[in-house]
Design a protein around this ligand. Sequence first.
Ligand SMILES: NC(=O)c1ccc[n+]([C@@H]2O[C@H](COP(=O)([O-])OP(=O)(O)OC[C@H]3O[C@@H](n4cnc5c(N)ncnc54)[C@H](OP(=O)(O)O)[C@@H]3O)[C@@H](O)[C@H]2O)c1
Length: 222
Amino acid sequence: MKVGILGTGPVGRALGHGFATLGYETMIGAREAGNAKAAEWAAAHAGSGRAGTFADAAAFGDVIVVATLGTVLPEVAAAAGPQNFAGKVVIDTTNPLDMSRGFPPGLAIVGHDSGGETLQRALPEARVVKAFNTVNNGLMFRPRFEGGPPAMMIAGNDADAKVTVSRILAEFGWPALDLGTLVSARWLEAMCIAWVMVGITTGKWDHAFKVVNAASDTPSGE
Ligand SMILES: NC(=O)c1ccc[n+]([C@@H]2O[C@H](COP(=O)([O-])OP(=O)(O)OC[C@H]3O[C@@H](n4cnc5c(N)ncnc54)[C@H](OP(=O)(O)O)[C@@H]3O)[C@@H](O)[C@H]2O)c1
């Protein structure tokens, strides 16, 4: 399996490091050829890593990761070439953050839509799965948590694609928790803001959300 990554930021490079470390041929793509961050990443992962444009990375990958600014997904899809995504599993890590009123951010897409669904509409032949968007990039590959890793919550319309992403997550050190169709990207993207608020209030930025169940003898609510 070859992996194409669209995005040279911390997420693209962290996931690229994970895939390359696991032995997958991996290409990181940027808007322009010759991007310094992509070139530096490829040099640091010589052997399995290489650099290119968004279109190069999309054409290269059997699985494609989208790790760009989350408010420009139609533009990213157009630059990468929608034909390069036909039938492929696409992991959408993005959040459509609206920084126009400062920090903490809001979401530029809310209500009955999401960045994940926006990306799926821009890439109708792709099989988009939302994943990795609710944790810090430093925790994406082989995280260590007290009490073991929580499950990574994912969402997507294609069951087989979610099986593939769950297998990748397992290799990265994450169990997966399937939240259903890509409609759930709306709530996963909102969780990103909750994640930021936990960071602001606790002063720590190494957290993740975990679903836990009550003890079996706990009376259920009405
Ligand atoms: N940082 C985290 O820990 C974290 C965690 C979970 C999810 N996320 C989400 O993951 C995504 C990536 O985050 P990040 O922090 O790695 O990087 P980022 O700074 O949000 O995005 C960097 C990438 O976006 C591209 N980009 C920037 N402006 C663009 C535009 N106008 N048109 C097309 N592409 C553009 C850049 O292209 P060039 O390469 O050409 O410069 C670069 O590849 C974001 O949506 C973020 O919300 C981030």
